[in-house]
Design a protein around this ligand. Structure first.
Ligand code: CIZ
Length: 323
């Protein structure tokens, strides 16, 4: 008989206490030394492996990491995340060398709309503004009026004078934004393979299994899940919510790595993961960060014209601030 799977996973406490193997400790020391020698920084996304947190100059969501990338004086930015994030760093600070340790660390969602498809949409709705979620390629950003992250999607959409907004590529986020905004949203049909896979029934089960826990869901999840969540937030929003809440337990409905980050920051609270693991975010190991810094690979450098245009849309995203 198949085994009944628990819908909730507890944070791996061993990982969380960072009981690092001696090989990892030595790599961490070597990376820190190289960072100093080369005047480099490591920007690390929340969803990365916990040992990667150990070499971070800054850990956060793509909004916070974009802010850090834009203002750093470091000569080299090693971006431990996925490709669109490294591209954003280069767009926001083009005179720095931006490295992505694993070139295949991509985001399937970011590839779900092509430039031709976006141009078709623009032709069909000429009066609409184009808002692209930060999870897009540099080319799509260059063709957009403004970018947003899950931390400021509503604010960005509401700030536009247009009544209609083309929102790409995430359908669930677009629909969530439409619920809070007076704008007519033309939503593209993209999805995140982790968030869209979360089953409503499992969240109902999670609520029964942990009735005192607050359910924090990411807006890339299905609307039915968002409607029963205690809060709908990006990853940094989840951290702030849990920090300021009197609740002691939380069910986290976003990529599993976020529970490790939360447990690390708030060790006296308890976090359960109700979503899967993004293999792309987990492709980066300490060896990759070390080799990346040592050999200065893989440089992320979109075409100059694209950088120039995308910088306008991304700059507006930073200016808008968080929701
Ligand atoms: O914007 C980000 O960093 C992502 C991918 C998740 C989130 O909402 O923080």
């Amino acid at each position: 008989m198949p085994q009944k799977r628990n819908v909730l996973k507890e944070v791996n406490k061993t990982l969380n206490k960072m009981e690092l193997a001696s090989g990892q400790k030595s790599l961490i020391a070597k990376i820190k030394k190289l960072k100093k020698e080369k005047n480099a920084i490591c920007l690390v996304h929340n969803y990365q492996r916990p040992e990667i947190y150990e070499v971070a100059d800054f850990i956060g969501d793509s909004f916070a990491l974009s802010q850090q990338a834009g203002k750093t004086n470091a000569d080299i930015i090693v971006f431990c995340g996925v490709k669109f994030m490294a591209e954003s760093a280069k767009i926001l600070n083009p005179s720095r060398k931006v490295l992505l340790p694993v070139l295949t660390a991509g985001c399937p969602l970011a590839e779900m709309i092509s430039i031709e498809e976006l141009r078709e949409l623009k032709k069909k709705y000429p009066a609409a503004a184009v808002v692209s979620y930060v999870n897009t390629t540099a080319e799509i950003k260059a063709e957009s009026d403004v970018c947003c992250t899950s931390a400021n999607a509503v604010k960005v959409v509401d700030s536009l004078p247009n009544k209609k907004v083309i929102f790409v590529p995430d359908y669930n986020l677009a629909k969530w934004v439409e619920l809070q905004s007076s704008k007519k949203i033309i939503a593209w049909g993209g999805y995140c393979y982790i968030h869209s896979k979360v089953q409503y029934e499992n969240i109902i089960k999670a609520k029964k299994a942990q009735p005192e826990a607050k359910i924090l869901a990411h807006p890339e999840c299905d609307l039915k899940i968002l409607e029963i969540a205690d809060a709908v937030l990006g990853t940094e929003g989840m951290l702030n919510y849990a920090r300021n809440s009197e609740a002691k337990k939380f069910v986290i409905v976003t990529e599993e790595g976020m529970t490790t980050r939360l447990q690390k920051e708030l060790p006296d609270k308890k976090f359960y993961s109700a979503a899967g693991v993004c293999i792309n975010q987990k492709k980066t190991h300490l060896e990759d960060v070390y080799n990346s810094l040592k050999e200065e690979k893989y440089e992320i450098n979109p075409e100059k014209g694209i950088i120039k245009k995308a910088a306008i849309a991304l700059g507006k995203m930073i200016e808008a601030g968080r929701d």
